[in-house]
Write a protein that binds this ligand. Structure first.
Ligand code: SAM
Length: 281
């Protein structure tokens, strides 16, 4: 695991409060990578990622899903509309919660979705209430990742699934240059740490879950950042960010760092799915 001790939770919340409108303008309602098979548009690639994750999560229709780190509610609304799921989304950002709620109403998913402002590291939810606990690109921001896995397991019904997409530190051993690349990503994107595939698998199994699948999608998602870089260059977003907040400028300046980290496999992009046994120990 590579850590960046300077990241603070208040900064993560501030970043999403401030930047959600920019994400919406530059990338759309989903704050996650696209998953490409060919020359699809970025919108199609983003939906392809959700469908691929839904497949790994065993979603067939009508499941009760907890979307941890739900952003603008993009995945929650998609799961409610396409798969008829009942979704509870949780985000650290009050701005995102309002955005998600309004977006769900506009898209006719108000009855099938509910959005909470909360911290996944302290949130209290009824035990055994979800068929699927789902998280796309949020665990990077958590400070005590093993503790989160232990909490998430309690929210799952027996036989339920925990399915997570995450930015990963590359497989160990990493040389000094690789560690520096991962550190630069953590600093720019406000990740207190990035775990490796082995770290995540350990956290899943220590929490009592059985691993079902792991997909390394690094090569299929990386062009996300080339597209974002082009869009930032074409618009005045960088100039605007310099006037508003230096942390956002650092974020925009680290797009090259993430591309470099993926290219060298210092960093990977993975999707994990694991199942809670019907009779957990
Ligand atoms: C990269 S965005 C992903 C958003 C969403 N999953 C999507 O794919 O569109 C990360 C999300 O994690 C949320 N987040 C970060 N730390 C969190 C925490 N401790 N508890 C709850 N949400 C958190 C942020 O507010 C943001 O919504």
């Amino acid at each position: 695991m590579i850590s960046c001790p300077t990241v603070k939770k208040s900064e993560i919340r501030f970043h999403y409060d401030l930047s959600t409108a920019f994400y919406r303008l530059l990338w759309g309602p989903h704050i996650h990578h696209g998953l490409w098979s060919g020359a699809e548009s970025s919108d199609v690639a983003q939906r392809q990622l959700i469908d691929a994750v839904a497949l790994r999560a065993g979603i067939c229709g009508g499941e009760n899903v907890l979307d941890v780190g739900c952003g603008m509610g993009g995945s929650s609304v998609y799961l409610a509309r396409k798969y008829g799921c009942q979704v509870t989304g949780v985000t650290l950002s009050p701005v995102q919660r309002c955005w998600a709620q309004a977006g769900a109403l506009v898209r006719g998913a108000g009855r099938r979705t509910k959005f909470l402002r909360g911290d996944a590291e302290t949130l209290e939810l009824p035990p055994q209430s979800f068929d699927v606990v789902w998280s796309i690109e949020c665990t990077e921001h958590l400070f005590d990742k093993p503790a989160f896995f232990r909490r998430a397991v309690k929210w799952l019904k027996p036989g339920g699934r925990l399915t997570i997409c995450a930015w990963l530190a590359g497989n160990e051993p990493l040389d000094a240059a690789a560690c520096k690349r991962v550190f630069d990503v953590c600093e720019g994107f406000l990740c207190p740490s990035l775990g490796s595939r082995a770290d995540y698998e350990q956290w899943f199994t220590d929490a009592g879950l059985q691993m079902q699948s792991f997909d390394d999608w690094t090569e299929r998602v990386a062009q996300t950042w080339e597209i974002c870089r082009r869009r930032v260059q074409k618009t005045g977003v960088r100039v605007l960010s310099r006037m508003i907040h230096s942390g956002t400028t650092l974020f925009l300046d680290r797009f090259d760092a993430i591309l470099d980290a993926y290219r060298t496999r210092s960093m990977l992009y993975g999707c994990f799915s694991a199942r809670l046994p019907e009779n957990p120990a």
